[in-house]
Design a protein around this ligand. Structure first.
Ligand code: PMP
Length: 326
């Protein structure tokens, strides 16, 4: 018998399963086939393992960071911070995470468990001042944070800002892994891919790869309604000023064919149903994506066709929220 020993959990990033949601299709009477890309099978539990591994390993190859010397910094609502904390720990980096308000308690605890220094942005004095002065302007706060990081770098600290919002390795990682896997797992037999949008990395990467194989495959983006703050990790990007549109989406209108806008209750409801019908426990952005995929699946032209829906993370990261409180 051959040995099967992994040298590190980093070897297990990606290659997640694609699972047909038979129970959900049956319960809703859908004629299309819903295939879920279940990203909580990544070793640290979310789709963000892919981009973080890519960003860190490329920065190492380019000589930008060194274990034991460099502090990895990220500004995040959760999953990316968890992945940076864990993969940073595996590779011997110090990690500092700045968190937005409203992030669930268990996420903060998980990052700390991996040894990261975690700070709510409201607790950083410079950012607090900027938020007050700009009436809670997220972009202004990010810019202040960047200045704060540049000041520390100028003072000689070895710091690397992961910056998933603008780092081109984010969509690249999805192009090279998530997109390829979806294509190969369906053997090219798919009519649409549905994904919720946060930084836009997932949809951009998948779209670039899949459309290069077959431009007829539809790519559907699901964004939260402007007032759906409970749909965390994803952002509305059509109704906001262009400077707030994720960079990986900006100027790339061709990456998606259609945008659906999810509200809280239908997104939560979809996540609650699929847990009961298929034993797949996912977070609220997966619920939003599943709601969107269901809307597509109801259209007669999709009968008998494969629709892939991306599930970014596990419902276990939302137990302190309203998602499964009933
Ligand atoms: N769902 C969750 C739970 C997330 O954390 C994120 C990333 N913020 C997304 C979806 C969106 O993925 P992307 O950033 O690749 O658009």
């Amino acid at each position: 018998m051959a040995k099967q020993i992994h040298e590190s959990l980093t070897e297990l990033v990606g290659n997640t399963p694609l699972v047909r949601l038979h129970g959900y299709e049956k319960k809703l009477g859908l004629k299309a086939h819903l295939l879920a890309k279940v990203e909580y099978f990544n070793p640290i539990g979310s789709i963000k393992d892919r981009i973080v591994l890519r960003i860190i390993e490329d920065a190492e190859r380019e000589g930008k960071i060194k274990p034991g010397e460099t502090t990895l910094i990220e500004y995040t609502s959760g999953n990316t911070g968890i992945a940076v904390s864990a993969i940073g720990a595996m590779k011997g980096y110090k990690v500092q995470i700045y968190l937005q308000e409203g992030v669930s308690q268990e996420r903060l605890q998980v990052m700390k468990a991996f040894g990261a220094k975690v700070q709510k942005i409201s607790e950083v004095p410079e950012i607090q001042d900027a938020l007050k002065a700009t009436n809670n302007d997220f972009v202004a706060a990010t810019n202040i944070l960047k200045q704060h990081i540049r000041d520390r770098q100028a003072a000689g600290e070895s710091i690397y800002f992961v910056d998933q919002m603008i780092n081109p390795k984010n969509p690249e990682a999805h192009h090279d892994t998530t997109g390829v896997e979806i294509w190969e797992q369906t053997d090219g037999d798919l009519a649409a891919v549905v994904s919720a949008v946060g930084t836009g990395g997932t949809i951009r990467g998948i779209s670039d790869y899949i459309k290069a194989q077959n431009p007829a495959v539809k790519v559907i983006a699901v964004q939260p309604a402007v007032d759906a703050a409970k749909l965390t990790g994803i952002h509305n990007f059509t109704d906001v000023p262009v400077e707030r549109v994720p960079v990986s989406i900006k100027g790339r209108e061709g990456v998606y064919d259609e945008i659906l806008t999810a509200t809280v209750n239908p997104a939560f409801e979809a996540a609650r149903i699929v847990a009961k019908t298929d034993g797949v426990l996912v977070g609220n952005s997966s619920g939003a994506a599943l709601w969107g995929a269901t809307e597509i699946a109801k259209r007669p032209e999709y009968a008998g066709k494969n629709i892939v829906v991306v599930f970014p993370d596990t419902g276990l990261r939302y137990l302190s929220t309203d998602l499964f409180k009933e």
